[in-house]
Each structure stands twice: as structure tokens, then as C-alpha cells.
Design a protein around this ligand. Structure first.
Ligand SMILES: Cc1cc2nc3c(=O)[nH]c(=O)nc-3n(C[C@H](O)[C@H](O)[C@H](O)COP(=O)(O)OP(=O)(O)OC[C@H]3O[C@@H](n4cnc5c(N)ncnc54)[C@H](O)[C@@H]3O)c2cc1C
Length: 484
């Protein structure tokens, strides 16, 4: 029996589980982790790969949400600042404090932003990662020479944090497995029915063609923008697309990030150093739920790339052009549908999460953000209809990482074998997009590395590593930023 067949058989065991989780993104993994730590028997299934949905496509920031402060959402900010620190403590190899510099181009901006950011520090209390600082125009020019200096009046800088989103997802999956949970990727839930003492999820395994039922007393639907596929009733999610581009570090050769507090469409723009490159984003483009079906790759729109480039040109000198883009990706925010009074602009919809319990007992959680995934998990475990409980993070615990050195490059064949055995990697895309982050950093380099990764993976697993599928995806990404 292969380890995959064995894992599928464990999922469909007759005695079932205390808890089944559908969806292996930040939300589902946090739920499985917290429940496994609490000693519950837990199963988690993921239709594609862990973090292959929105959770590998974030800006990779752990943040309280400075802009939510401006919206007066004090308790949301305070909780997120606490959770930011909790995730750094849990995964110190994958998350670290990062200083953000907010240039001021009008005389009042330093005072205005400074006051807000001092409040932000104050709200963080003991979870603060560093003090807010004022920077003169001269200090800006000497410390950040690549920041456009026309009309520059100085800047305010403050601390948040940065992390490897897919890396943290895999570490959470490994942490949950180490605590006894059964997790498997490439298993899709196709329906939920009432079963003896709980619910039964219909499963299909596209690799082996196997199907079966996963029984559990409680089932959590944590499928991100796809939660409504497993539910009845009124849709909960309004998807919103966010795109990023990646350029060489020379466009912002500093260890600190930049933040443009107000773009032409009223958003914020980040320029963030990441794994030796520079990530710039993001956008907020409402998407029709009918256009974001599971399995269809979200891709940046040409207009989103143009918007990012034109806003980046306000901050950076020289500014990157289309020809400088190495990679560009898009993710789908699972925003909770607005109430009638919230207006229609998606960037005004709160990132707070929502939990719904269906008449059949299925619990759905969506919304929120990476930073607050553990708090979201605690909320959902408290809301389980059959076996609710208070979850806590065991004191002093850290997650296994073991992958940090791979993040910016293609792994060697021996490393690929390790990834297949220890991190559920079964396709070239798993390895080059989410174990290493090469696809996200530089599409051409990822394409060049793909054949060697495919051979190593096939030698280790005995299965097709879907090289052709990876090449299609990578070319589709590239076509979006090469397009004029
Ligand atoms: C552009 C952008 C930037 C962001 N930046 C940040 C940031 O810097 N910091 C931050 O804290 N947050 C950020 N966020 C928010 C954060 O990324 C999301 O809130 C979070 O990743 C959502 O995780 P999730 O688990 O709910 O959804 P997903 O990651 O989408 O996970 C859902 C999973 O469910 C699986 N699935 C779906 N249907 C089924 C099924 N039937 N059976 C089995 N599996 C299924 C999918 O394959 C998917 O992997 C950002 C979001 C976007 C879009």
C-alpha cells in the first residue's frame, strides 16, 4: 500500500473523526492544528495542494491593518496585532519583524500618519515589534536613495512583520500531522450528508480514482472563496482579486518595505523586499463568483499590472516597467458579503471573518486574513454544533519548518525527494510554487528548473509529476505580464 492509499484509507475509516476540515489554506490548517493540539481526532482534506488557493498569493505580511485603524476598527486591529506576534513566536524561521516606511509628500502627512501609527504601537502593547519613527527628507534620501524624492517631505516608519505564506501553511500541516491529524492533499469533498452521530463527506481522489466517505461528528468548511459550493442558502462570499508583480531588488535595494498610503483608487500599495526580490502590490478587483470556479487559475488582469506599475512609479526612481517584471500572480480574497449599508467597493468591506452553521450542522468559516488564522480557528472550534471547545496554543511550541533554505531557489533532486516524503509534494507545481517559491519570484527560472524537478519527483513517488500542467500554468502567468 502506498502512503497515499494508506492515508486515503485512514480518512474513510469506519469509526470516523471528531472533526473533519475541508480546505487546506490558512483557515482550514489553523483549525486542524488547534484541534489536533487539543487532542481531538482530526482529518483535513484539500482539493489541490495546501495553500494553493489564496493562501500562497498574499502580500506575505503579518499585520494589524493600519488602514483598518483609519476605518475605526480598533478591536480588529488590536486582535490582529496580538495574533501577528503569536505567529512569529510559533514559526520564528518563517516570520520576522519588518519595518515599513511611509513617505510623506504633503506637509501634514507626517503628523497625520505619525499620530495614527503611534496609536498602532500603543494598541500592540507588549506585542509591539518596534517603535514608530519620523524621518526627515535628508534621512530618507540617504537611507532610501531609490525612493522618488520629488515633493518628498520626509516619512514615518513603523513595524509590522513578514512571513512565507505557503511555507507557514506547510509547517502548519506538518505540525497538525505531528499532533496526530490525518491530512491529505488532492482529495476533494463533493457533498455533505447527515451520517450516524454527525456528517459524512463524499470524497474523490483524482490520483487513484478512489472515492469514499469521511465521517465526523463536526465538519468545518474552510474552502475560502469556494465555501458557497458546499453550502445551501444565501452566498456568504464576495470574491475580490488582488495582484502583485515581482521585480529585481535593485528597484528598492533596502531591507525595509515601502508603503504608499493612498493610491489613485484609494488603496495602499506595498513595495516589499522578499527573498532577494521586490514584491509590489496589490489591487482590489471585484470578481463574479461564477468566474472563480475551483481549479481555474486566477491571473492578474493587464489593467491591474498597469495600475501597480503606475503607482510604483510614484514611489520608485528609477521605476520598473513591464519589461522588468519577473513574475506576477493573483489571489482571491474571500470577503464576507457586505451588509446592505456597507457600499459596493470591495476594499471597504471589512476583512473580519464570518461563521455560519447550516441546518445540517456544517460549519462554514470565511473572510479574515492570514494574520488572524489562529484566532479564527479558535472562534470556529467554539462554534461547533456537536462538540465545541476552547482551543489554546500549547505554550512554547514552534512549528517544524525544515524548508526555509529552499525558498528562493529550485531544490536539488535530494531535496525534492525529501519534499515528496515530508511535505505531501506530488507535482512540479507543488515544489516550484509552494515548497520553493521560485514560480512566484521568477517564472523563467522556474520553467528552466522544472524538468529536473519532474524527474526527481517521479523517481521518488513513482507517479507522473505533471510537468506539462506546470508549464501551462507558468506560461499563462508569463503571458499576463509580457502582454502589452
Ligand atoms: C492579494 C491578497 C493579498 C493578501 N495579503 C495578505 C497579507 O499580507 N496578510 C494577511 O494576513 N492576509 C492577506 N491576505 C488574506 C489571506 O491571504 C486570506 O485571508 C487567506 O489566505 C484565506 O485563507 P483560506 O484558507 O480561507 O482560503 P484558501 O487559501 O483559498 O484555502 C481554501 C482551500 O480550500 C480548497 N478547497 C476548495 N473547495 C474544496 C473542496 N470541495 N474540497 C477540498 N478542498 C477544497 C482550495 O483548494 C483551497 O486550497 C491577502 C489576500 C489576497 C487575495
Amino acid at each position: 500500500m502506498t502512503s497515499r492509499t494508506h492515508a486515503f484509507a485512514s480518512l474513510t475509516r469506519p469509526e470516523g473523526f471528531d472533526l473533519a476540515v475541508v480546505g487546506g489554506g490558512a483557515t482550514g490548517l489553523a483549525v486542524a492544528l488547534q484541534a489536533a493540539w487539543a487532542g481531538r481526532s482530526v482529518a483535513l482534506i484539500e482539493a489541490h495542494d495546501f495553500a494553493s488557493g489564496t493562501s500562497s498569493r498574499s502580500t506575505k505580511l503579518l499585520h494589524g491593518g493600519v488602514r483598518y485603524l483609519a476605518q475605526g476598527e480598533i478591536s480588529l486591529v488590536r486582535e490582529a496585532l496580538h495574533e501577528r506576534k503569536a505567529l512569529i513566536d510559533l514559526a520564528p524561521d518563517l516570520a520576522h519583524p519588518l519595518r515599513f516606511v511611509m513617505p510623506a509628500y504633503r506637509w501634514w502627512e507626517r503628523l497625520f500618519y505619525g499620530a495614527g501609527l503611534v496609536t498602532y504601537d500603543w494598541l500592540a502593547g507588549p506585542s509591539s515589534l518596534g517603535k514608530t519613527e519620523q524621518l526627515s527628507r535628508a534621512a530618507m534620501r540617504s537611507r532610501y536613495p531609490a525612493v522618488a524624492s520629488r515633493h518628498l517631505r520626509g516619512a514615518v516608519s513603523y513595524c509590522d512583520a513578514q512571513f512565507d505564506d505557503a511555507g507557514l501553511a506547510i509547517a502548519m500541516a506538518r505540525g497538525a500531522a505531528a499532533a496526530g491529524a490525518v491530512l491529505l492533499n488532492r482529495v476533494r469533498a463533493t457533498g455533505v450528508t447527515p451520517g450516524a452521530g454527525g456528517l459524512a463527506l463524499a470524497l474523490t481522489d483524482p490520483f487513484t480514482g478512489a472515492s469514499g466517505h469521511l465521517k465526523a461528528r463536526d465538519v468545518v468548511n474552510a474552502t475560502g472563496v469556494w465555501v458557497d459550493d458546499l453550502r445551501g442558502g444565501e452566498p456568504m462570499v464576495q470574491p475580490s482579486q488582488g495582484a502583485h508583480i515581482v521585480v529585481e531588488r535593485r528597484f528598492h535595494p533596502a531591507d525595509d518595505a515601502l508603503l504608499l498610503p493612498r493610491t489613485a483608487d484609494g488603496r495602499v500599495l506595498f513595495v516589499v523586499p522578499w527573498l532577494g526580490h521586490c514584491v509590489i502590490g496589490t489591487t482590489d478587483t471585484p470578481r463574479d463568483p461564477a468566474d472563480v470556479e475551483l481549479g481555474r487559475e486566477p491571473l492578474p488582469f493587464s489593467a491591474e499590472i498597469d495600475l501597480i506599475l503606475s503607482e510604483a512609479a510614484r514611489l520608485l526612481s528609477p521605476a520598473p516597467t513591464r519589461a522588468d517584471i519577473l513574475s506576477a500572480w493573483a489571489g482571491l480574497r474571500p470577503l464576507v458579503k457586505p451588509s446592505a449599508t456597507a457600499g459596493s467597493a470591495t476594499h471597504r468591506i471589512s476583512r473580519e471573518h464570518a461563521i455560519e452553521v447550516e441546518p445540517n450542522g456544517l460549519v462554514t468559516i470565511t473572510g479574515g486574513k492570514w494574520t488572524t488564522c489562529l484566532a479564527m480557528a479558535r472562534d470556529v472550534l467554539r462554534a461547533l454544533p456537536r462538540h465545541p471547545f476552547e482551543a489554546t496554543t500549547p505554550p512554547g511550541i514552534t512549528l517544524p519548518s525544515g524548508m526555509t533554505a529552499l525558498a528562493a531557489r529550485a531544490p536539488t533532486p535530494a531535496e525534492v525527494a525529501w519534499l515528496a516524503d515530508h511535505t505531501w509534494a506530488s507535482s512540479v507545481e507543488d515544489v516550484l510554487a509552494r515548497r520553493s517559491r521560485l514560480l512566484f519570484l521568477d517564472v523563467a527560472s522556474a520553467l528552466a528548473a522544472a524538468p529536473v524537478v519532474a524527474s526527481a519527483l517521479e523517481a521518488q513517488t513513482g507517479r507522473d509529476a505533471d510537468l506539462a500542467g506546470f508549464q501551462l500554468t507558468a506560461h499563462a502567468w508569463m503571458a499576463r505580464f509580457r502582454q502589452v
